[in-house]
Design a protein around this ligand. Structure first.
Ligand code: SF4
Length: 356
């Protein structure tokens, strides 16, 4: 029986006791939360007036189609070796995926950390190794550490294509969108270990909405929903931290300083959310020699925002659920994905498919 730390009554009973007048929509913006919610069947357990929706929490899913095309163009360069996390391999582009282009002879490797990519460059000095740097604030410090390592050991055939995204501007964009009706956020535990809880304060202060930084166990998520439900019921909106064992108010200052030293914010395109000001990270000019965009002539092709028939755009904004997509589980499955939300294990469609 799941109980909050402050009460002996099971969380679900407490949730049922909170009589919220209207239906509420709570959005999670973290792929690990999406998976944990689907695996534990939490949506089905909640009172019918509390709905959970997935937002832009999967880094592979929010990578814009234009950036997928740029990665494919780079992979086609004869001297280039692409190093990437596995999830990026199967995202469909206009000429196939990175996996397809590898089958046609391109040198594309799966790595488990950015440091692996630096080692790959060191071991293959005749190649130009480009790491596809995808991820939120959780990943960016490790990529900064890899660039630092490359700089200190003169590995000059290493560079990154920075596709990093920042979650705070995306949450603000969602709140500014009149079509996205969100009553509160489950804030991402991993990202918050880096940025802390302070950056979320604009949510209650400027938008009058609730938010709770949540851990990843079903008990954590249920307790966070209970805290949010209370905020909504009593209209006492604030930033609460349920994940106190992992997240401090000030975040991780060392990681933030490393990120700050190597990266600066810039405006980027998100799949589903479109252009958002200062929502991406690019390398600072003093590190241009590690910036793939400066090293290579990568032109932007005109691309469709999403594959034909795919509703990832709407799913990432919480406007549609995976099972409402006509392709879900039919022509689009994890074995043969049409869009990125079915590719990544953190994607809303894959999470729903595996746990339906
Ligand atoms: Fe796109 Fe497939 Fe999800 Fe439909 S089920 S939105 S096609 S990824």
């Amino acid at each position: 029986m799941l109980r909050p730390r402050t009460s002996k009554m099971p969380i679900l009973d407490l949730l049922k006791k909170i009589d919220i007048e209207k239906p509420v929509r709570i959005m999670e913006v973290c792929g690990t939360h999406t998976m944990a919610i689907a695996r534990s069947g939490l949506k089905q357990l909640l009172p019918s007036n509390i709905g959970l929706i997935s937002g832009p929490g999967c880094p592979v899913c929010v990578t814009h189609q234009q950036d997928i095309e740029r990665a494919l163009l780079l992979a086609a360069e004869p001297k280039v070796t692409i190093a990437t996390f596995g999830d990026m391999m199967r995202v469909p582009g206009s000429t196939g995926s990175l996996q397809d282009i590898r089958a046609r002879g391109a040198d594309v490797r799966v790595v488990y950390s950015p440091m692996d990519a630096v080692n790959l460059a060191r071991e293959n000095p005749e190649r130009e190794v480009v790491f596809l740097a995808v991820g939120f604030e959780t990943t960016a410090p490790t990529v900064a550490a890899a660039v630092l390592q490359a700089a200190q050991s003169d590995v000059n055939n290493f560079s990154i294509l920075s596709l990093h995204k920042l979650i705070i501007p995306a949450m603000a964009a969602l709140l500014n969108d009149p079509e996205t009706e969100v009553d509160g956020f489950l804030c991402p535990g991993h990202v918050s270990t880096i940025i802390g809880t302070e950056p979320y304060s604009f949510i209650p202060e400027e938008y009058g909405k609730g938010c709770v930084v949540s851990g990843f166990e079903p008990e954590d998520i249920l307790e966070s929903i209970l805290l949010l439900a209370k905020q909504i019921k009593y209209k006492e909106y604030k930033v609460e931290n349920q994940y106190t064992r992992g997240v401090r108010k000030e975040g991780n200052r060392t990681a933030l300083a490393l990120m700050e030293k190597f990266f600066e914010p810039h405006s980027v395109l998100w799949r589903g959310l479109g252009p958002i000001e200062r929502s991406g990270l690019k390398l600072r000019p003093q590190f241009d020699r590690f910036n793939a965009e400066k090293k290579f002539d990568i032109h932007d092709a005109k691309v469709q925002a999403s594959p034909v028939g795919c509703m990832c755009d709407r799913i990432l904004k919480g406007k549609q659920r995976p099972e409402e997509c006509p392709l879900f589980g039919k022509s689009c499955t994890p074995a043969s994905p049409t869009g990125p939300c079915m590719v990544s294990s953190e994607g809303a469609c894959a999470a729903e498919y595996y746990n339906a």
